[in-house]
Design a protein around this ligand. Sequence first.
Ligand code: NYM
Length: 213
Amino acid sequence: NDLKKDSRGALIVLEGLDRCGKTSQSARLLSSLEGLRYSVESWRFPDRTGVGLMISSYLSNQSQLDDHAIHLLFSANRWEKRSLMEAKLMSGTTLIVDRYSYSGVAFSSAKGLDFQWCKVKKKNEVGLLAPDLVFYLDISLEKAAERGGYGGERYEQLEFQKKVAESYKKLTDASWKEKVTYGSPSCFSEIPATVEEKEAAVMSVNEASLIEK
Ligand code: NYM
């Protein structure tokens, strides 16, 4: 009950290629922040419930969908969770989110969809909650491919991931923090720095900010 809940929680997003280590690093960030008595939850997109059931079936090659249609389903999947995310943030809970709108752009544009059409600031994402902090977990294509092997789901091929990496490069801006995941047990080992970053993000805004044009 002595959880740090005075201000709103921060929306922290982790992005990167498939097999870049987001799952492990989310877990580490979660336990570090819990250890510091923050109220914190770990989320991921796609959330494989609701619209996410269709997404999951598409990703496991059990169904076919037009590239634009699946792009919009990924977006709808974020909209489905928007009000719950806002409620959590406003009640002081920090959310660590594994993939968000940037994955939407990076993966769809890697398939050949027009980058401008997919962009985060296009209408279908405008009004979703804007992250306070985005971590890009950087890993070489080869190292990512070595991990557990690709092939389980759609998109998990070296050539495709190469295009995804190029799309991410176009999306990255100065506010993103890069973390190298390969070879270090935790890229969040200097967690106090992350907490300072979190507090800076929280102090500057009271309401959760939105993705805008
Ligand atoms: N993906 C994820 C997209 O193509 N668009 C999106 O908007 C999101 C959130 O889903 N290969 C892709 C990236 C991944 C796949 O994600 C499943 P994960 O993190 O493996 O569950």
